[in-house]
Ligand binder design. Structure first.
Ligand SMILES: *Cc1c(COP(=O)(O)O)cnc(C)c1O
Length: 364
């Protein structure tokens, strides 16, 4: 049997008619940037999240970067980010001229450990960026408490967790603003690049919107030196067609995750831990294994695709050399980079395929 790490085909087959109809609608209108589709999707997505405002942008990185910029974060400032995340989180901070300060995760949840945040706060700290990694919410209560105590802004990186909840509330609604990615592989993915920022703050939403539209609040009036980062009409129409199916598709991921969690019984393999306050959406099902590379090879020989999130921690990436953080300085992130293996997880995996993966892991 051949099982890819990820496949969009089952979802695409199911939604093909809706996606084609979305294309036809936009094409017939012959209007591609800034219009009715974007407006309708923003409204639907804000409502889905439980936020007042949503601003469509070009991608997830820009959503985070423009939110930080609109919050006034820039040169000389420090922003606390988890040491284990995709590079985009730290790049957003560096793009606005600020310095990312890495805080180690809780190795069980892979998410930032709130008990380690205070030690990283300095006079320059302006914000915390919790990342709801692999589809599970961070422990938001203590994070928000620290932010309030120190007067810090909070920008949530929701790129991997569309629809996940913490204590019954959707992620993206805890901080000052949140950034989402609609990269095709994300739980809610476009047929290309896309992203959005959500917030309850009307002025902040307007600021982010202007920053993504050449700094313009009104045609040919430029109040900021902005970027060009907009969600186009075609992607907005595709996303609006997919959004009504998101909860159902996340539920299916939870069903697959439950089968994995029940079925995998190899003592060499540590399964992901779900905190009691969280209902995750399983963007990634990541196991840990001391012999990770051997497990990867074993699964590959059985036709099973896997991935590593992430094989090189950010502080050891070539582009972060200037931060001067030596190897060994962030041992938990380094341990995750050596031991984490992501196994197949996507809407439409059959029970037979899930069982094949379970049997292969148990035979390792
Ligand atoms: C995907 C991702 C991003 C960036 O999103 P893009 O749309 O690819 O720019 C940011 N943060 C995390 C955690 C991600 O997984």
């Amino acid at each position: 049997m051949k099982i890819p790490f990820v496949s969009f085909l089952p979802m695409e087959r199911e939604l093909e008619q809706d996606l084609r109809a979305a294309f036809e609608r936009v094409f017939a209108r012959s209007w591609y940037i800034g219009g009715a589709e974007d407006e309708a999707f923003e409204k639907a997505f804000a409502q889905y999240c439980g936020s007042k405002y949503c601003v469509g942008v070009g991608n997830g990185l820009d959503a985070l970067m423009l939110a930080l910029k609109a919050l006034g974060i820039g040169a000389g400032d420090e922003v606390i980010v988890p040491s284990n995340t995709y590079i985009a989180t730290a790049l957003a901070v560096m793009y606005v001229g600020a310095k990312p300060v890495f805080v180690e995760p809780d190795i069980r949840t892979f998410n930032i450990d709130p008990s380690r945040i205070e030690a990283a706060i300095t006079a320059r700290t302006k914000a915390i960026m919790p990342v709801h990694l692999y589809g599970q919410a961070c422990d938001m209560d203590p994070i928000m408490e620290i932010a309030h105590q120190y007067g810090l802004k909070v920008v949530e990186d929701c790129a991997q967790a569309h629809g996940a909840t913490y204590k019954g509330r959707r992620i993206g609604t805890f901080g000052d603003a949140a950034g989402f990615s609609f990269y095709p592989g994300k739980n809610l993915g476009a047929l290309g690049d896309g992203g959005a920022a959500v917030t309850d703050n009307e002025a902040l939403a307007a600021h982010i919107r202007a920053l993504g539209n050449y700094g313009s609040d009104y045609k040919y009036h430029h109040i900021y030196k902005g970027n060009n980062s907009r969600l186009d009409e075609m992607q907005a129409a595709f996303l609006a067609a997919k959004l009504p199916h998101l909860d159902r598709m996340n539920e299916e991921r939870r069903r697959i995750a439950a089968l994995y969690t029940e079925g995998i019984v190899n003592p060499k393999v540590v399964k992901p831990y779900v905190a009691p306050a969280c209902v995750p959406v399983w963007h990634i099902y990541g196991v840990r294994c001391a012999e990770r590379d051997a497990l990867e090879k074993h699964l590959s020989e059985k036709g099973i695709g896997t991935n590593k999130h992430y094989p090189i921690p950010m502080h050891l990436q070539a582009c972060c050399k200037d931060l001067q953080i030596p190897e060994g300085a962030l041992p938990i992130a380094e341990e995750i980079s050596r031991t984490e293996l992501s196994i197949p997880m996507y809407y439409g995996m059959t029970d037979e395929e899930v069982q094949y993966v379970i049997d292969a892991i148990n035979a390792f």
